[in-house]
Design a binder for this molecule. Structure first.
Ligand code: PLP
Length: 316
């Protein structure tokens, strides 16, 4: 090591672990957004980028900014419409995927979409923050780059900011690393240490939170205050739509005690949030949608708490 912006022994240790989990060469960044920006920096001037209609808000805003200054040409798709993704890949340089998407929980047919992008010579990046490598390994499905907000489930304790890009091609990995050096986006050694500690319990946290998510989404499907449950059957994230509308959804979020009304996800504590409370959230996200991030608390306690908040907004 020559200079502290290049790397640190602790960042290397974290990269070995994350790279091992995803099956590639990992580069860690000071946040998920720093990782996202490094990946976007790799596409040539004016390149066509295909991306989900409701991508992670920060990524969606950045993509529209880059489109606005003529840096990229943006093609927005619904990732669960495989035919639309395939059609959009014509002439593209990058296919940016999230599956499931945040917060709409749309699931993409990854192998088919990845093959279509590759047939056009496009790189494929999959933001794997929601699924985590415990449940989905996009590189094994053909992806060129996997992205993580390590801030979320990988570190798992809502106490740090960190991102990662994982690639199999050594040359691509080297380009990614150079982006990090030049953008000054190396995470602190202390955050890398905390992330390493958090990842030690990743598998048991996901197992516990997923079991609770499966149990509670079944119960939510039968609750009259809820008109739609978005849950792909696995994972620790879900979204519900409240029958009586956005105000009632706000009342549910403010009416829980164990669930915290807060942004972020993937931590040991359960969080819920009406996403459209943020003016910059995509307008394709329903106003009455609440995103749920399942933590590792007692499942009966979580259901009792959520149920009493929902009971208060049952339509008359
Ligand atoms: C949080 C998040 C990001 C951004 O990560 P930061 O660590 O907050 O910069 C990107 N993608 C998804 C899916 C996220 O949830």
């Amino acid at each position: 090591m020559e200079y502290a912006r290049y790397d640190s022994p602790t960042s290397h240790a974290l990269e070995d672990v994350i790279g091992g989990l995803e099956g590639g060469l990992a580069t860690v960044f000071s946040s998920g957004m720093a990782a996202a920006n490094a990946a976007l920096d790799l596409v040539p001037m004016g390149a066509v980028v295909v991306a989900p209609s409701a991508a992670y808000t920060g990524v969606a805003i950045r993509l529209r900014e880059l489109e606005g200054i003529g840096r990229i040409q943006l093609r927005v798709v619904e990732v669960d419409d495989t035919a639309a993704v395939i059609a959009a890949c014509a002439g593209a340089k990058l296919l940016w995927l999230e599956s499931p998407t945040n917060p709409m929980m749309q699931v993409a047919d990854l192998p088919t979409c990845i093959a279509a992008a590759h047939a056009n010579g496009a790189l494929v990046l999959v933001d794997n923050t929601f699924a985590t490598p415990v449940l989905q390994q996009p590189i094994a499905l053909g992806a060129d780059i996997v992205m993580h907000s390590v801030t979320k489930a990988l570190s798992g304790h809502s106490d740090l900011l960190l991102g990662a890009l994982i690639a199999t091609d050594p040359e691509l990995s080297e380009q990614i690393r150079n982006r990090r050096v030049l953008m000054g986006a190396l995470p602190s050694a202390f955050d890398c240490y905390l992330a390493l500690r958090g990842i030690r319990t990743l598998a048991v946290r996901i197992e516990k939170a997923q079991a609770t998510a499966q149990l509670i989404t079944d119960l939510l499907n039968q609750h009259p205050a809820v008109c739609r449950v978005r849950y792909p059957g696995s994972g620790t994230m879900a979204a519900i739509e409240i029958t009586s509308g956005a105000e009632a959804a706000d009342a549910v979020c403010s009416g829980t005690r164990l669930w915290a009304y807060a942004t972020s996800l993937g931590g040991v504590e359960s969080l819920l949030e009406r996403r459209r409370r943020w003016p910059l959230e995509s307008e394709t996200v329903p106003l009455n949608l609440i995103r749920l991030s399942f933590g590792i608390e007692n499942a009966d306690d979580l259901w009792r708490d959520l149920k009493q908040a929902l009971d208060s907004v049952v339509p008359q």
